[in-house]
Ligand binder design. Structure first.
Ligand SMILES: *Cc1c(COP(=O)(O)O)cnc(C)c1O
Length: 377
């Protein structure tokens, strides 16, 4: 047994939302009661208040609440008129929604490989993927770090294609001082409970700079009706509940503190894992990383994950199958080897607990356990 062996077992889940609730219980309960008493459950001041606050927080002119991050992406594509015959370029390594929405809009996804250091799309491969049919690029900011927006924006401008930022994991993240969601035509956010700003259920937001395009999203999320019962467009029902909006407004006040806590935890992991063979996350000096996930890299990831579970540490694999190899995209004709960096990431990455309420003792236990398990003596 090496010197790093920790004898006392501890249980640390991947995410502990009870710890978060305990810290803000009174404020959150009051907000929920406020909405219940008001009986204003759809639209109203909580939703418009949150839209204004998220727009300001994300350095965007406008924001439109919707039912989920997935819907935010789909509404953005539809507002841009993306449909059958169009291609949309995105990363081969992301949560499924980044690609699923392209098919649901009627268009064809075109995947590009990732930069193996950041896991974000490799901007150097972007231009070669653009064809005369390309309508848009969905640039994902994975794990809480923006992709190279300088390079991506330059290509989108040069080739005249729309840029949609999938900022579902990146609220408050920055690229060269500008917030995620503020550089694309649209920014798409998710309030799924495990995101840095999580609702008590589903929720999403589209941010925009252009008032006309933002208005199209606003129309599409309510069946294209204006005025009520008069439909110029076929949209859908994709609203953000007032209850969720009220909860999110409370949590937004704590978001910077939480994201700083995550970054502090990440810095501690970085120190504790130094000198080990465990691959630590790369932080680009141009980025403000909000660490929605802290993802390490190991050649024998699955074995390590099992050993960690035996010692009480919750971990997760984001994501075990790259998008181009998902069964539903078989008609696109990809095979293993097409996107080697995304495929290696799917085999080797492991997310550790990173939530802000973690104690230093827990992080030390996780890091020591990981070193112990990854370097058996
Ligand atoms: C969570 C997530 C989404 C989808 O958000 P939902 O609110 O779960 O629909 C989209 N893209 C990425 C990268 C995500 O992490």
């Amino acid at each position: 047994m090496g010197a790093m062996t920790v004898r006392m077992a501890m249980k640390v889940p991947l995410l502990d939302l009870k710890a978060q609730y305990a810290g803000i219980r009174a404020e959150l309960d009051a907000a929920v009661h406020r909405v219940l008493e008001s009986t204003r459950f759809i639209g109203g001041p909580e939703v418009s208040g949150l839209e204004e606050e998220i727009a300001r927080y994300s350095q965007c002119a406008l924001a439109i609440g919707c039912a989920s991050g997935t819907d935010a992406l789909l509404l953005a594509l539809k507002a841009l008129g993306v449909g059958p015959g169009d291609e949309v370029v995105t990363s081969a390594y992301s949560f499924f929604a980044s690609a699923g929405v392209i098919v649901n809009a009627g268009a064809t996804p075109v995947f590009i490989d990732i930069d193996p250091s950041t896991y974000n799309l490799d901007a150097h491969r972007l231009e070669a993927a653009i064809t005369p049919r390309t309508k848009a690029v969905i640039a994902v900011h994975l794990y809480g770090q923006c992709c190279d927006l300088t390079a991506v924006k330059a290509v989108c401008e040069k080739r005249q294609v729309w840029l949609i930022e999938d900022a579902a994991q990146a609220i408050g993240a920055e690229w060269e001082g500008r917030r995620a969601g503020s550089q694309g035509t649209f920014g798409c956010f998710s309030f799924f409970p495990s995101k840095n700003l999580g609702a008590a259920g589903d929720g999403g937001m589209v941010t925009a700079q252009d008032a006309k395009l933002a208005d199209r999203v606003r129309l599409l999320r309510e069946h294209g009706a204006r005025p009520k019962y008069h439909h110029a467009l076929v949209g859908t029902n994709s609203r953000l509940d007032a209850l969720q909006a009220a909860i999110l407004r409370v949590k937004l006040h704590h978001l910077d503190r939480w994201s700083e806590g995550r970054a502090r935890n990440a810095a501690l992991y970085d120190r504790l894992l130094e000198g080990s063979p465990i691959g630590r996350p790369y932080k680009d000096p141009r980025a403000r990383h909000i660490y929605n996930q802290y993802v390490v890299r190991l050649p024998d990831r699955d074995r390590v994950r099992e050993r960690m579970a035996e010692r009480g540490v919750g971990t997760e694999v984001y994501y075990p199958v790259p998008l181009h190899l998902q069964a539903c995209f078989a008609p696109l004709g990809h095979r293993e080897g097409d996107m080697p960096n995304a495929e290696a990431a799917a085999r080797e990455t492991l997310a550790l607990p990173i939530y802000p309420e973690l104690t230093e003792e827990q992080i030390r236990y996780i890091a020591a356990t990981l070193r112990d398990v990854a370097e058996p003596t």
